[in-house]
Write a protein that binds this ligand. Structure first.
Ligand code: GLN
Length: 378
């Protein structure tokens, strides 16, 4: 049989490749972003209790009403934004499904979608599958948007700009000026929408996270994605949500109902109860401690640590150690030194290699210490 691939340039994601390599070589896995410590025992108890209740059949399409109410309350508490739980929120199977669904629902054949590099890997393929053109624009050397370049590449075909703040892989957070630039951009381009991927909204350190939720101008034109996987250390549950204005959300729901129809009911029922008992504002401090420990323990290594303002990723340059390309160096780090990381160039359409690796520090103390010991010997 002969057929043409719809995604000829797509292979296996770097997260699968590096995690597999880590397992095969019994390396410490600081590559794929996931916590390796237990979940909150309170959540564990709630799941056990909920599993014995009658919560095992299809949930309503947009989400369990009790969970939608909790999300609405959280968005109000955090950002002072009032949302109608029934028409402006959607529970999704993680942010990945939220992003895929949004792009399929809103982007037409022949339109363009701006993606800022280095970019998380699930943005581009849904654009191509929608028959649209991804326009990959590098961030500046500090991993912040290059607004002159963005402005010059917006055309009358640009439907969407995908933003990610706090940023994976760099851990950078947007400045006030960036939010103002984004506001100006949407105001000058009436057909432009923003897909604001804010899955690390609660994993922020010294600086305040500037969500598009704060801006009246941006709220009206944005689709915001969030992930309970990051916020509650449950990446394997694959559950998150979208916040968007009703008109846009109606279109997103049309796709959602045929992609998944609804999301895991036990997870939804459990989270609705858990959200009454947990304080998301402790998350930043929790991860700040881990970031600080990791940085402290790498202080005397030959890696040069870049700033980390949010997310659970730390970038480090290995320029002092080797001039190998980052993919080869990352592989050698697994094979010869027993630590798996993510090479940054894979997130760049132009393949730019700044000799930087991404380390995930969402790990228990012991893992961080063992990894740091190995890294300090290099
Ligand atoms: N978001 C995770 C990361 O950046 C990876 C999730 C996945 O494997 N798709 O590491």
């Amino acid at each position: 049989m002969k057929f043409e691939s719809k995604l000829p340039h797509v292979g296996t994601t770097i997260f699968t490749v590096m995690s597999k390599l880590a397992t095969e070589h019994k390396a410490i896995n600081l590559s794929q972003g996931f916590p390796n410590f237990p979940i909150d025992p309170i959540l564990e108890e709630i799941v056990k209790k909920k599993a014995s209740e009658n919560v095992h059949q299809y949930a309503p399409m947009a989400g369990l009403p009790v969970l939608l109410d909790q999300i609405s309350a959280l968005v109000y508490k955090q950002y002072n934004r009032k949302t109608d739980p029934q028409s402006e929120l959607l529970v999704t199977a993680g942010a990945t499904q939220a992003i895929f669904t949004t792009i399929q629902a809103l982007v037409h054949t022949g339109e363009e979608v701006i993606i800022l590099d280095p970019s998380y890997d699930c943005y581009e393929s849904p654009v191509i599958l929608a028959g649209a053109k991804p326009v990959r624009i590098p961030l500046n050397e500090h991993f912040l948007p290059d607004w002159n370049r963005i402005r010059s590449l917006v055309t009358n075909k640009t439907r969407l700009i995908i933003t990610n703040n706090p940023h994976n892989p760099s851990g950078t957070m947007w400045r006030k000026e960036d939010m103002v630039e984004l506001e100006n951009l949407v105001q000058k381009n009436p057909n432009l929408l923003v897909l604001s991927d804010e899955v690390y909204e609660y994993i922020t350190f010294e600086k305040k996270h500037l969500s598009v939720n704060y801006s009246e101008i941006l709220r009206a034109r944005s689709i915001i994605t969030s992930s309970f996987g990051k916020t509650f250390h449950i990446t394997g549950w694959k559950i998150g949500y979208i916040v968007a204005p009703e008109l846009i959300m109606n279109e997103i729901k049309k796709v959602h109902q045929f992609l998944v129809f609804c999301v895991n009911s036990l997870a939804q029922a459990s989270l609705a109860e858990y959200m009454n008992q947990v304080n998301v504002h402790e998350l930043g401090q929790f991860y700040q401690q881990k970031r600080d420990d990791f940085r402290y323990q790498l202080k005397n290594s030959r890696f040069e640590l870049l700033p980390c303002e949010g997310t659970y990723f730390q970038l480090a340059s290995y320029g002092e150690i080797s001039d190998e390309n980052d993919v080869d160096f990352a592989k050698r780090l697994v094979l010869e030194h027993g630590v798996a990381t993510i090479p940054l160039s894979v997130f760049n359409a132009n393949g730019e290699d700044r000799k930087i690796l991404r380390f995930c520090f969402a790990k228990d103390e012991n893992t961080i210490q063992q990894a740091a010991e190995k890294l300090c010997k290099i």
